[in-house]
Design a protein around this ligand. Structure first.
Ligand code: DSN
Length: 417
């Protein structure tokens, strides 16, 4: 592999070595964390470019610094491409992350103490949807909805009841560990009935939304936020989309209320990722992500694993480990699979009785596997490895054997570079 880090190698061999080790890890392990992906070399080149040197507080053509002509062009390109990709009326491409993309919405339409109705973190929501340890849970009055105990599907009746009871100013539809389609129209009706604003946080499913493989929240929501590095396969960052009527307010909440200078190098990388996602082959890629996820679900079920909601409509599965082996925790599974060359994360499952550092589940995703070219024919193999690693309870010989096989597969399907 060509090494374009020679200056770094000379100047700072310690950091160089860390980066090379991480590159090696990514090449030789199967990445199954549902929120991760392997971005394109072009995206990484933009992130490593001279645009990182530039201050550009403000918006394109209305900056507080001179010398912004070229970064203005990059930001305008990112905005135009994002609008073409999602069909949104307005977008601010400056949020540094998904959390800040959400913060901009909260600052725009809420006062401290106002009520937000959002999905419980332990049912698949996100930290910024009102977790007590997050700014959202500290600044706002949070009411949480969840999934039904029997189906593990979102309880829309509960959402409607809670909305009526608590009169939230903002309802959030979106999740970080929910394997089923989200009915944004149902949420929109509930928001309308209760005079609440509606935010769709599509961080996990953005790549499926922009390829029309998941129902579209844009026409029915006031605000739509996303990260850009998950199914969308761009740089690690965020964006806030909204109806035109909120454009001014969102822009001023991002800067100056919340952030200072935008990361111009990351904005250029977002522009590249949006252009990549506009190409027809991104739709084929996204279709394959879902095919792989469904095929993995079938293969895991055939090995006796239990899946929350019984399967998947999207890029992820949430495995409830208890019926497979009540003594195996998510933390055990994460550790054993890691040693076998498969990276997943332990995850709370709905109504979990274990703590978040232990959990009864694991969350597994297919976006990164699909980027390196794996198809549905490889998924039974991966399910076998899960079965062997967990049924042997991490036996070192079993794990070493799997490690050899996962490494072989990784070498046959290198990460694009
Ligand atoms: N932490 C991310 C995830 O893993 O889903 C969400 O921001």
């Amino acid at each position: 592999m060509a090494d374009n880090l020679q200056t770094l190698a000379q100047q700072d061999p310690e950091v160089y070595k860390i980066i090379k080790n991480e590159e090696n890890r990514q090449q030789l392990m199967l990445e199954m964390i549902a929120s991760e992906n392997h971005t394109s070399p072009a995206v990484m080149e933009a992130q490593g470019s001279c645009l990182t040197n530039k201050y550009a507080e403000g918006l394109p053509r209305k900056r507080y610094y001179g010398g912004c002509d070229h970064v203005d062009e990059a930001e305008e390109l990112a905005i135009d491409r994002c609008k073409a990709l999602f069909g949104c009326e307005h977008v601010n491409v400056q949020p540094h992350s998904g959390s800040q993309a959400n913060m901009a919405v909260y600052f725009s339409c809420l006062q401290p103490g106002d009520t937000i109705l959002a999905m419980d973190l332990s049912h698949g929501g996100h930290l910024t949807h009102g977790s007590k340890v997050n700014f959202s849970g500290k600044l706002y009055n949070i009411v949480s909805y969840g999934v039904k105990e029997d189906t593990k599907m979102i309880d829309y009746d509960q959402v409607a009841e809670l909305a009526k009871q608590h009169n939230p100013k903002l309802i959030i539809a979106g999740a970080s560990a929910y394997p089923r389609k989200i009915d944004f129209e149902k949420f929109a009706q509930i928001a309308k009935d209760n005079d609440a604003k509606l935010l769709a946080d599509i961080a996990h499913i953005a790549g499926l939304v922009c390829t029309q493989l998941h129902p579209d929240p844009i026409p029915v929501c006031d605000f739509v936020t996303t990260t850009t590095h998950k199914t969308l396969r761009g740089p690690r960052s965020g964006i806030t989309m909204c109806k035109e009527e909120y454009a001014k307010s969102i822009n001023s909440c991002v800067f100056p209320r919340m952030q200072g200078g935008p990361l111009c190098h990351v904005i250029a990388a977002k522009a590249i990722a949006f252009a990549e996602a506009l190409k027809p082959d991104f739709k084929s890629y996204s279709e394959q992500v879902i095919k792989n996820s469904k095929s993995l679900a079938d293969a895991l079920l055939s090995k006796g694993f239990d899946l929350c909601s019984g399967g998947t409509d999207n890029h992820l599965n949430l495995v409830d480990l208890r019926p497979y082996d009540a003594n195996v925790t998510g933390a055990d599974a994460e550790n054993w699979l890691h040693d076998a060359g498969i990276v997943v994360n332990k995850n709370l499952i709905p109504f979990d009785t274990r703590k978040a550092t232990e959990t009864s589940g694991i969350r597994i995703g297919t976006p990164a596997l699909t980027t390196r070219g794996l198809t549905e024919e490889h998924m039974p193999l991966i399910a076998n490895w899960f079965d062997t690693a967990l049924s042997s309870k991490g036996d070192s010989t079993a794990i070493e054997n799997i490690r050899k096989e996962t490494e072989e597969l990784c070498k046959s399907f290198p990460v694009p570079h």
